[in-house]
Design a protein around this ligand. Structure first.
Ligand code: NAP
Length: 461
């Protein structure tokens, strides 16, 4: 019986597919783009506008009426009007009573008003059920169909049924609603589109600062010093040699900085004997941008690889090799192969290749599409264990590159060590601290603390 009835249901015309009329106040850019998308998805659309004359820009299947007439035709009304014009809604309060008003508005500045636009709307029309949605989707993306980057629509509101109705519309448009809770969340949702890569600010500023510092550092050591003391013009080093010194230095320092907050957090927790006290603000912020720091580090490492690949075709390098060959030919002698140097050079390259491979693996697993497909333990394994292995390999790559030059006086022009020597400071400190922290006498209490144990419990029974 069940089987039959389900078959009959499947064959019967699906009356539930008929969509309810949606009203849109405002025939501006967003109102038109959203109306267009809604009509495509099967929703009858009626516009409420100050002028009832239709224009060629308005979707041709939509009706344009006065605000009051349009509002009467739908249970859901989308307010595609700027906040500063919301006053026109006050005389319509009676008609809007019980209706679902969707606030899609954005502001020009973060926290521009003391209350969110959605809360302001709810206060203006107290009888309506206000839901915040769609503000993170742009009119252009709606119209052009390039919604991949902004498929998620944050939705919030105090009335669960109203929120559900709006989320159903969002889904019908092929977007993904994300329930953010009550209308209190509206402020944050309104600030969201105004943020300019908030997590990237610190990593980008830090890498710009470090790049400037190391550029001038290398310029002084590798261009100005030989010019003054040896009368040699190495100014062309600015194009490839100096960037190829800065990139690995920054990649290593930034990668090490990804692991510094974890080590600091462990030390703080051990010292306090609890995990229930908040970390200082700066440490919290640092922890939140570790992924971005790692990705910037990966970008520098990739540039280093590219710069290294062109070394053999550089005119300066070819000139140096040919002059060494000619000088050997003139002296009629062949330099024997230095096995130590060959070992150092091969090991340095091998460590670099392996380090870069793991670095890429870390970068790939940090992509949302990949990280969403691994569980928390797998993600932690890759980011922490493989991450530390990457740091060890890249640090070893730099140490072997230095080889026997660490103690050579020629490495200290004007008492300035080579840039790669400076780059080893942070990673070596991080690795030593991490090594100390895995000793059982520290690791055991730390694990207990992270499982909730406290040295001096605040709320003892
Ligand atoms: P818009 O092009 O300036 O259109 C706003 C519409 O509001 C006008 O076309 C007009 O429609 C109506 N309006 C203007 N003054 C009015 C008044 N005094 N009283 C009543 N209605 C008035 O703006 P928009 O780009 O469509 O943006 C509309 C809302 O969507 C804004 O709150 C914005 O923050 C939000 N939003 C926009 C985008 C986007 O990409 N554009 C993205 C997300 C959110 P009528 O002439 O038909 O009355």
């Amino acid at each position: 019986m069940n089987k039959n009835s389900s078959n009959t249901m499947a064959l019967a015309p699906n009356t539930s597919n008929k969509r309810e009329t949606v009203c849109i106040f405002g025939t501006g850019d967003f109102g038109r783009a959203l109306g267009h998308k809604m009509i495509q998805s099967g929703y009858p659309v009626v516009y409420g506008s100050r002028s009832t004359q239709t224009s060629s820009l308005i979707p041709k299947d939509a009706e344009v009426l006065s605000h009051a007439e349009a509002a009467q035709k739908a249970a859901v009304i989308i307010i595609a009007v700027q906040r500063q014009h919301y006053n026109f809604l006050t005389p319509l309060a009676e008609i809007l009573h019980g209706k679902v008003l969707v606030d899609i508005s954005n502001n020009l500045k973060i926290n521009q008003y003391p209350d969110s636009n959605a809360e302001y709307l709810a206060q203006l029309v107290p009888g309506a059920k206000v839901v915040k949605a769609f503000n993170t989707v742009s009119a252009w993306a709606l119209q052009s169909g390039t919604l991949d980057a902004s498929r998620q629509v944050f939705v919030c509101g105090n009335d669960i049924e109203a929120k559900q109705m709006v989320m159903d519309i969002v889904r019908a448009l092929g977007l993904t609603p994300l329930d953010q809770g009550s209308l209190l969340a509206a402020r944050e949702i309104e600030n969201y589109p105004l943020q300019l890569f908030p997590m990237w600010k610190f990593p980008i500023l830090l890498s710009l600062g470090l790049t400037a510092f190391f550029f001038f550092y290398c310029l002084i050591r590798d261009v100005i010093y030989p010019y003054i003391y040896e009368n040699k013009d190495f100014s062309f080093f600015i194009a490839i040699s100096i960037p190829n010194r800065i990139c690995p230095v920054l990649a290593l320092i930034l990668l090490a900085l990804v692991y510094v907050p974890g080590v600091l957090a462990a030390i703080i927790q051990l010292y306090r004997g609890t995990k229930y006290r908040r970390f200082p603000d700066w440490l919290d912020k640092w922890m939140l941008c570790r992924k971005q720091l790692g990705l910037v580090a990966l970008a520098f490492a990739s540039l280093h690889v590219l710069y290294t690949l062109v070394i053999p075709i550089r005119s300066f390098v070819r000139w140096r090799i040919s002059s060494q060959t000619i000088s050997q030919a003139q002296k009629n002698e062949t330099e024997p192969l230095n096995i130590t140097n060959a070992w150092l050079s091969d090991s340095y390259l091998a460590l670099g290749i392996l380090g870069f491979f793991l670095f890429i693996l870390l970068g790939i697993t940090s992509l949302p599409s990949v990280s969403n497909n691994v569980n928390w333990r797998e993600f932690r394994f890759v980011q922490s264990k493989l991450g530390y292995l990457t740091l060890v390999l890249c640090t070893a790559h730099t140490l072997v590159y230095g080889g026997k030059w660490f103690l050579s006086p020629s490495s200290y022009r004007w008492y300035l060590p080579n840039a790669y020597m400076l780059s080893l400071i942070v990673p070596c400190i991080v690795l030593v601290l991490k090594f100390v922290l895995i000793f059982p006498c520290l690791d055991k209490p730390l694990t207990q603390i992270r499982q909730g144990w406290e040295r001096n419990p605040q709320y003892s029974e």
